[in-house]
Structure formats: C-alpha cells, structure tokens
Design a protein around this ligand. Structure first.
Ligand code: SF4
Ligand code: SF4
Length: 338
C-alpha cells in the first residue's frame, strides 16, 4: 500500500500527463463540473458524482466501424490511451458490466481495443455523492472491489493508494508515493469503508421490485402509468453506465466510398424493436418501459452476469435526469408500493 500527501497530487498528475492523456474532473467557466482533459487550473477534487459516466470512452456516442474505400472494406479499430482519473466505483462497475456484455459470446473488437488501453483511477466515495446514489443496495460501491488500476482513499491530508494492476503498481512505484505499513493502512481503509457504507441509504424497494418482477406480480397498470408520462427523450439510456444499445447505419459518402457507423440507441424508442414487417413486439411505451426495467432489474440476475449483480449499478442518474421522473428509484418505489 502507498501513501501520497494531498499537496503532491497536482504535481503527480502533471507528471503523469507527460505519458497519458488524462481526463479528470474540472470546473468549467459556467460552473459546471465535467470530466475533461486534465487542466491544473480547473482540476477539482470537489466534484461529487460526474454528470455523465465515462462510457463514451469505450462506446462512443457515434463511431465509424467500417470504411469502404476504392471498393475495399476495412475495419476501423481505434484504441484509447487515456487515464480516467477520479472515476466513481459505480461507473467502474458499469464499465465491467458493459465489458461483460461486449465480450460474452463474441468479443466486440471496437469496444475491446478501447477498453484495454484505458487506465482507471478510482476515487473511493466517503459517502453518497447525491441523494439519488444507491450503490450499496446493488453492491457497486462506494469503493471498487475490482476492475480498476488504482484506487485513492481520501483520509484527511493524505491519500492511501491501492494498486490492482501491474500498470497501476508501476505508476506509484516511487516519486512522492511513500510506503505505508499494510496492517496500518488496512485498518484505516476498513474504517473509511465502514463509515462510507453506513452513510449510504439502502433502497429496500429495489429488492422488493426485483422479486415482484421475477414472480410476475407487477401490475400492467404500473407500466401504463409510466408509459403515459414518458416523453421518449432517451435520456435515461444515454446517461446510464450500463446501457449498451446501439444502431448501425451505412452511408455512401461518394461513389465507391462509404462508412458504417454505430451510434447510441435506446430501448425506449419505438423504432428500436420495430421489425421490417412493421410489427413491433414492444409496440407501446408502457411495454418498452417494462422491458427496460425487466432488463435492468431481472434478466441480468437470471443470467448471472457480473456474479449475480443486477444490471443497474445504482448511480441514480436516470432519476437525476429524466424530465418526468421515471428513474429506476421512482419505478422500483412504484412497483414495491403497487
Ligand atoms: S438504471 Fe439508472 S440508476 Fe441504474 S445504472 Fe442506469 S442510470 Fe444508473
Ligand atoms: S428519460 Fe424519462 S422521459 Fe426520457 S425516455 Fe427515459 S423515461 Fe422517458
């Protein structure tokens, strides 16, 4: 285990930026806090929960996957050598879940090439970052158990720093990172973890909703109620760290040349499941909302993806951003209370 004085962090990031393209939280001129290219003048540790997860680093909102030039097809596989500094544990779990989906039966090369180049540096949460966080209920936080390179624990004037990967170990091998006795660090980290976990509010309605979905006792009226409210903006899917739906489009750019792209899609859009015949097995917004929540809260568990955890990592962003309040928190509450 290593230790770093907080006052040395900025210099460490500046040194690392010689070798890595670092993305980290920063305060913009508008006052918004977003993950962006590291800038020592705007960098902040007081960033709470980033408004967006970092999923676009591995599944860009829009990417070219094939190119046709001079009559020849070529795959476009790009890497990603970024360091994501300050990821939250729920987003690391989101990336793990996304990785499980993208590599389960067939490895998606476009995803894989990006994911394996990324260095994930987690800032463990000392408590909830907003009133919609529910990571402890789904076992994704407030600290990461695996799937990271480095994890920082803020313990006052210092960070205790844990490395999971060889790349991570090399980064903190020397310099301002000092050695700390493992037993002593272990006690401080356990104390950090206990305090963090007890400060998180559990959402018993989530487990209740999962049980009701599984035993088929959720009234269709719940879905009809939410279906009438939904304005089909797709926001809940776009801010979700575990949503992976995409569409594929072909474009002719000039005679003999073209592109195949893939871009984010959402299961709440009518066209997502519409078949060529015109038949749509999810023909109403109520059915589409039902499907979305069954997927998040039931099917992941059944197929034991990510060791039986559910497909929602409890980041609460769908509740933060849905303009008509149809986040997972609102839905599970409605199911549990129906
Ligand atoms: S379903 Fe909502 S709370 Fe769950 S991971 Fe997605 S955005 Fe976060
Ligand atoms: S964010 Fe809300 S309104 Fe928009 S598609 Fe999702 S559930 Fe519907």
């Amino acid at each position: 285990m290593k230790i770093l004085a907080k006052k040395d962090l900025l210099n460490v990031l500046k040194n690392w930026s010689d070798s890595y393209d670092i993305f980290a939280p920063g305060i913009k001129e508008t006052g918004d806090i977003i993950f962006d290219r590291f800038d020592e003048n705007t960098f902040t540790l007081d960033y709470g929960k980033p408004s967006l997860p970092q999923k676009s680093e591995v599944l860009p909102q829009n990417e070219v996957i094939f190119e046709l030039k001079n009559g020849e097809y070529g795959e476009v596989i790009t890497g990603n050598g970024k360091m994501l500094f300050g990821m939250r544990a729920c987003d690391v779990m989101g990336m793990r879940q996304m990785g499980s989906f993208m590599t389960r039966d067939v490895t998606d090369p476009y995803y894989k090439s990006k994911e394996e180049g990324i260095l994930k540096v987690v800032m463990a949460c000392a408590g909830p970052q907003s009133e919609t966080c529910f990571c402890t209920t789904v076992g994704s936080g407030p600290f990461a158990e695996k799937g990271f390179d480095l994890q920082f624990y803020d313990v006052g004037d210092e960070f205790l720093v844990e490395a999971e990967s060889e790349k991570g170990k090399k980064l903190i091998a020397d310099g301002p990172f000092g050695e700390v006795d493992d037993a002593e660090a272990g006690i401080r980290i356990e104390e950090f973890k206990t305090n963090a976990s007890v400060s998180m509010e559990e959402v018993p309605a989530l487990k209740e909703a999962m049980n009701r979905l599984r035993d088929g006792s959720v009234s269709e009226e719940v879905w009809e109620y939410f279906g009438r409210k939904c304005i089909v903006c797709g926001g809940c899917a776009f801010v979700c760290p575990t949503c992976t739906c995409f569409n594929v489009s072909d474009y002719v750019t000039r005679p003999g040349e073209g592109l195949r792209t893939r871009s984010w899609d959402a299961c709440l859009f009518g066209g997502f499941t519409r078949e060529t015949s015109g038949h749509n097995p999810r023909g109403t917004q109520a059915l589409r909302l039902k499907r979305r929540h069954e997927h998040k809260l039931m099917h992941y568990n059944e197929t034991d993806i990510q060791e039986g955890l559910c497909g929602c990592v409890g980041c609460g962003r769908c509740s933060d951003y849905c303009p008509v309040h149809i986040g997972t928190l609102e839905v599970v509450k409605a199911i549990a209370e129906a």
